[in-house]
Design a protein around this ligand. Structure first.
Ligand code: UT7
Length: 325
């Protein structure tokens, strides 16, 4: 019996043109290129122009994904935009993306799960497509973290960057085997006891201000690898796959040490890891689709490859997905 699967038709990304290097940052706060590279693997990140908003970048990434997928914007009936940095408190930035793409049918909404946003967005769109209520979705991760950083706090301002990435998902009947194309499983977790470890100290209801990102980096780091590997093992158990079956590991790009540590613990060979944290920094919900678009553009990822996504961040939230390209 065939089953409905969310098949990825294409992906795309957008990065703002302004590059902020570690040397640039060392002129603003008490830090150094050596410290940042050694502790995080980051060399540079992109910063949105003053008049460039999250929805603008999301539209550019969505257009690139539609072009790559060879489909028209009018065929999209669902837009899920994962972001913690929307243009405005409301309406959802997703409706600006919808309007920007000239779409007047279907539904568009934002989803907030911080750095895990893209994996949460994938799960949400996958469920809605499988329900039969929608047929083709854009899942977008887009962030302007530069707007919520405290640029005097060296603990956080060196870590993040701006950007957007998107995928087009199409509901298609597949044979119903582990070899099917599309989203094979998505596993999601959260634990609000950790909410004060990584948060923004403002918001519409609490303070009436936008606020700045605050993080106990060492505490986040302490939990990251265990949480990531646990949810990935869960995804393996659900599908029957193992680390050896994974062709490409496309993790959330927070810190090279977390990425390499997770891959090592899972038994994934270093040559299978897609890394962009060196050039993008941590772009939160945008980091996975940005890395995916990179590895698709340079033809590392090929049709039929098994992809493993994972992310962990504020909340804490975390999750993993197995997708056959
Ligand atoms: O995507 C969401 C999830 N977020 C993450 O995954 C981030 C997780 N955390 C991390 O990636 C790491 O904890 C950091 C990169 C944030 C920090 O690395 P660390 O090895 O955990 O360093 P630390 O926080 O233990 O700090 C070590 C030292 C401290 O000095 P003392 O107290 O040892 O004298 C810091 O004050 O490094 C100092 N430090 C810096 N020095 C130069 C902190 N930030 C900087 C900086 N430049 N930018």
């Amino acid at each position: 019996m065939t089953v409905l699967r969310s098949v990825v038709l294409g992906c795309g990304s957008y990065l703002p043109t302004q590059i902020l290097t570690n040397e640039d940052l060392a002129r603003k706060v008490d830090t150094s290129d050596e410290w940042i590279v050694q502790r995080t693997g980051i060399h540079e990140r992109r910063i949105a122009a003053p008049d460039e908003h999250t929805s603008h970048m999301a539209i550019r990434a969505a257009q690139a994904a539609l072009t790559h997928a060879h489909v028209d914007a009018q065929s999209i009936d669902l837009i899920v935009l994962a972001t913690s940095t929307p243009d405005n408190t409301f309406p959802a930035s997703a409706v600006s993306v919808q309007a920007g793409l000239g779409i007047t049918h279907g539904a568009a909404f934002d989803l907030q799960a911080v750095c895990s946003g893209f994996v949460y967005g994938l799960a949400t769109a996958d469920s809605l497509l499988k329900s039969g209520g929608f047929s083709r979705a854009l899942v977008i991760g887009a962030e302007t973290f530069s707007r919520i950083l405290d640029w005097t706090d060296r603990n956080t301002c060196v870590l993040f960057g701006d950007g957007a990435g998107a995928v087009v998902l199409d509901a298609q009947q597949q044979p119903g085997t582990p070899e099917d194309r599309g989203v094979l499983t998505v596993r999601l977790r959260s634990d609000g006891r950790y909410k004060s470890k990584l948060y923004v100290d403002g918001g519409p209801s609490a303070t009436g201000t936008v606020g700045h990102l605050r993080m106990e980096g060492r505490e986040v780091f302490r939990h990251a690898i265990a949480m990531i590997t646990d949810v990935v093992e869960d995804a393996f158990k659900t599908t029957g796959y193992t680390a050896a079956d994974v062709d490409w590991f496309i993790p959330h790009q927070a810190n090279k040490r977390i990425i390499d540590g997770s891959a090592h613990k899972l038994g994934i060979a270093p040559g299978k890891i897609v890394t962009t944290v060196d050039r993008h920094g941590n772009t939160s919900a945008a980091s996975i689709p940005l890395a995916l678009a990179d590895a698709v553009a340079d033809r590392r990822i090929k049709r039929g490859d098994l992809l493993l996504f994972e992310a962990m961040g504020g909340g804490f939230t975390w999750g993993a997905a197995l997708v056959r390209w």
